[in-house]
Design a protein around this ligand. Sequence first.
Ligand code: RB5
Length: 148
Amino acid sequence: MKIAISSDHGGNNLRHEIMNLLAELGLDYTDFGPDSNESVDYPDYALPVSKGVANGEFDKGILICGTGIGMSIAANKVDGIRCALVHDVFSAKATRGHNDSNILAMGERVIGPGLAREIVTAWLDTPFEGGRHERRIAKLTELENGAR
Ligand code: RB5
């Protein structure tokens, strides 16, 4: 599994914690920065991860900012992205099983590193359930294609 990850300045510390986790799990990840704690604009860092997942270069993405909100809004503007903002383990499992989410967003100022690690592990481990959820995701794709 190939994973893309980025943050803004508000998510820098948690991004490094999650990269440590991915390395411990032996997973292949690509870091899209930022390289310093200078203030940056989250859409600039959401975009390469979102495009990389949407075009199939990566299987999944992880985006972190102060709240996770800006990153999730930005990611969900890219066609093919189903980004879930998650701060609990139940939702991490549910959004994989039901929404087939392909990007996980979290807020460093919202949760601690221990919970974030559990969320990432649960999200990566949980398969999509398919079935009735396929139909609902097809309707999301129709929305991207202009259905109103
Ligand atoms: C940066 O101060 C903060 O606005 C950002 O990290 C994020 O929380 C935006 O949604």
